[in-house]
Design a protein around this ligand. Structure first.
Ligand code: ASP
Length: 473
């Protein structure tokens, strides 16, 4: 007999859908959630899947509770859990209809009781494994997704909750799990498409997933953007919208230099470089699944839904501006490794990177000279171990409080003299390492953190004094 299943899926995917992800600040309170309901309602005909972060700073609070418990302060940890419950209950009650209140209370009871048991367990053991950290930090998105589902219903939207842990399958690298696309995509299709076809708005928690065996995992801090992209790619969404509390990607980091201009449209590779080099508006892994399926990603402001935000497309329109934005990363440590044994030797870099790999420390930037290698890291918790091992065959020095600046733009590839312009602009500042990525879309360099603001200011003047109105707002 011929199976009708593939045919059914063809029919099911015949309509268009979008994914709308709302970050922590967009769901931080009853009034923020009401705003979200308004935004979702105005896009109902596009069949949205709503992906939410934990409310406000909930993930930080959950991790703090775990730490308090591990340190043996059980009573304080329990007290913090009560506060977190009160916060969720207080906000949720304002956006959940009377008819659903009893159910809401039950839901909160269940989740917070479970959480309390877990936390008590940690205080008895006096240690937390990555697996138990994931179990605890998952509660933020589990709660927010249930609350937002009920709130949308309260605002007359036909919303239904889907537990992300049932459809997003990851490997077992707790706290930093990677999606198993081959298992996840079919589950997303089977789980979401029939609901969307019935006209339901699907609500899911970002950040969380589970292993094939059903153990709860998380995709790493800030991972809800990534979830939105995985879900969008899995169901073949027409567009992925990342709703946050800023107007989009800017020409520079507002925390370093206020007054940057909004970038209206940018290419996938440019946005990916910016996210990687510190643009906080997007989690660095977000664009991978979207890029893979050519799905445009929008960054939008839930506090100003009328602002058109930033559009991230497979290819950006041609422009006369050389750069799109300047990203920076603070709190960088430079590690200098020198050894005369490196001279003409092979296998040296392999030896070095193998050590960083073993201690699970990502390396951002690398430069080499005749007998030395300099590299940058931002995760320093294993640096002592790494230094000890490297010292067996090389001299090692490190310097903290450094910063990476990265100038990004597709045009950098085609235009001679860009590096000259960059370094002319910062000629008064001591530059420590320089690198241009293989994509040739970025020029990045390391300076002392204290020089960051003047450097960004000088670069901003050099590259963004005249702006193409098609590209910048
Ligand atoms: N709630 C998680 C975090 O704070 C994930 C996210 O918001 O993207 O890291």
């Amino acid at each position: 007999m011929v199976s009708l299943l593939p045919f059914a899926f063809c029919l099911l995917t015949f309509f268009s859908m979008i994914v709308m992800k709302f970050g922590g600040t967009s769901v931080e309170s009853a009034s923020a959630i009401e705003r979200v309901a308004g935004i979702v309602r105005s896009r109902l005909e596009r069949r949205p899947v709503v992906v939410v972060s934990a409310m406000g700073k909930t993930t930080n609070k959950l991790l703090a509770i775990a730490r308090t418990a591990v340190e043996g302060h059980r009573k304080e940890a329990i007290q913090q859990i009560h506060e977190l419950r009160d916060f969720h209950s207080h906000q949720a009650r304002q956006v959940v209809s009377l008819a659903e209140r009893a159910e809401l209370d039950l839901l909160l009871d269940e989740h917070f009781q479970e959480l309390t048991e877990l936390v008590k367990g940690l205080s008895v053991l006096g240690e937390a494994t990555p697996r138990s950290i994931d179990a605890i930090s998952s509660y933020g998105e589990r709660l927010s997704s249930h609350i937002v589902t009920r709130a949308l219903r309260h605002f007359s939207i036909d919303a239904v909750h889907v537990d992300s842990r049932h459809v997003v399958v990851t490997d077992g690298r707790f706290t930093q799990a990677a999606p198993q696309y081959g298992l996840t995509y079919p589950k997303l299709k089977a789980g979401l498409l029939p609901l969307l076809e019935q006209g339901k708005v699907v609500v899911m928690g970002g950040f969380i997933g589970s292993t094939e065996e059903g153990v709860t995992t998380t995709l790493g801090r800030g991972g809800s953007d990534f979830s939105a992209s995985i879900i969008g790619a899995g169901i073949g969404a027409e567009e992925i919208q990342i709703w946050t509390d800023v107007d989009g990607m800017l020409t520079c980091d507002p925390a370093i230099l206020p007054g940057g201009r909004r970038v209206k449209v940018i290419s996938f590779p440019e946005a990916a470089e910016l996210a990687y080099f510190g643009a906080k508006v997007l989690h660095p892994s977000t664009l991978l699944p979207a890029m893979d399926r050519n799905i445009p990603v929008f960054i939008l402001n839930s506090r100003d839904a009328g602002c058109e935000g930033t559009k991230i497309l497979p290819q950006a329109p041609a422009t006369s501006n050389l750069a799109k934005s300047i990203a920076c990363k603070k709190n960088i440590t430079v590690v200098d490794i020198s050894s005369t044994r490196m001279l003409m030797a092979h296998g040296f870099l392999h030896k070095i990177f193998e050590i960083f790999d073993r201690y699970e420390t990502p390396v951002d930037m690398v430069t080499t000279s005749e007998v030395s290698v300099s590299l940058t890291i931002d995760k320093t918790d294993r640096l002592e171990d790494i230094t000890r091992e490297l010292s067996r065959f090389a001299e090692v020095r490190h310097e903290n409080r450094q910063a990476i600046i990265c100038v990004v733009g597709d045009n950098i590839r085609y235009t001679p003299g860009v590096a000259g312009r960059i370094f002319k602009a910062v000629e008064h500042i001591n530059v420590r390492m320089i690198s241009q990525g293989a994509s040739l879309r970025n020029v990045s360099f390391v300076i002392q953190e204290s020089d960051l603001k003047p450097a960004v200011q000088a670069l901003h003047t050099a590259f963004f004094s005249q702006l193409d109105p098609e590209i910048f707002a």
